[in-house]
Design a protein around this ligand. Sequence first.
Ligand SMILES: [Zn+2]
Length: 464
Amino acid sequence: MRTRFINLRIPADGNRTQPAELVVEDGRFEEILPAGGATAAGGEHWVDLEGALVLPGVIDAHVHFDDPGYTHREDFATGTRAAAAGGVTCVADMPCTSQPPVTSIAALTSKLRAVRPKALVDYVLWGGVSANSIAAPDWRESLANLVDAGVGAIKVYLLSGMESFRDLDAGALREVLGHAHRLGVPVGVHAEDRAVVDELTARAHLHGEDSPAAYAASRPAAAESAAVATCIDACRATGARLHVVHLGTGEALDLLSAARLEGLPISAETCPHFLEFTDEDFDRLGSVLKTAPVVKTRADRERLWQGLAGGELSFVASDHAAGVWPDEKETGSIWSDYGGVPGVELLLPYLFDRGVRSGRLSLQRLTEVTAAEPARLFGIEHRKGGLRPGCDADFVVFDERARWTVRASGLHNLNRYTPLEGLELTGRVRATYLRGRPVFERLPDDDERFAEAGLGRWVRRGVA
Ligand SMILES: [Zn+2]
């Protein structure tokens, strides 16, 4: 069955768009044509998109959907519904916030069994190595098996708060990188320095401090810079492909860019909260904005936007991580409040409004930082991340003029809260197509329609 989407525009150079037609067969783009070329071929189904802007389906490279194991926080059904409503057609789920953590084939198998029937959009799975898993004598074999099976990348921490997925020291990081390099898989690193944070946290506790400012002071920019320096050393020593997740600090970005100029295979992502908020906002908003790393200064924020526009930062990911609302976010102490914010549904509309409409990103750069670049990290660029013949027909019908206000109550994930509450945005997802089929549609009366769960598929690294 061939479907021809007509009367639409796709991004061209800079902020330009070009009228086009998309021909989809068996879930993939067969042709992307200039508008007006259509001749009514036999058996073709036509869909008129009424002049709408069509963007590549977003790949959110960093989500915690907590399934199986912590489904009181999020699960794959609610997480992927939120993704679909936000124009995200592929999520990459982290290995550390489900049980058992995805550090072995057995854990990967149990994860796939849990999420497969629930997924509404496609998914990449991160594998992981922790201080826990590396204690087993056969950890190298476990890692090789995960890579053979098709995990997209490997996640490690230099500072973790999770007992079941503890952080690595610099020596262990090098060992893991060396092995990952031989296996041909990138390693994503949570880069905050344990020694710096432990010392400052102990000092805050000693003085009985309990405020957003105290928490922020315990995780300063210096902690990120020190950890990124550790990453760069390890990258230089091993030649491994390293990706720093959720970078929030300008100085750490300076270090990273210098390392790239040196020719090291290192990259980084940032998140909407680092692009939108500063330490002053954190003082005002409190735990609803608590994340790790924590938001930094205005100067950091401006440096991140600049780095994103110019290509020093590869892409933006949500780091979607919802705690039970309100219980886990309002425990009575900033130290025990859950660190993490849900964000998969707001990633694209946020970046369109604050990035493209504000003149900080071109429309073309938006498609790179939401789709093409994350696809490259996971080795799936031949299938995902662009409006190109041969790629999966994953796309977003985007209403550039729709004005709306962010309300947590209108989101679709399980625990609904957001530091972006009340933000007015222009630009909204009208429909999301996964392999040529609508998985989400916002109808003219604002009713919403979702396809049935289970349509999403596992996307394996390097597999056609
Ligand atoms: Zn994360």
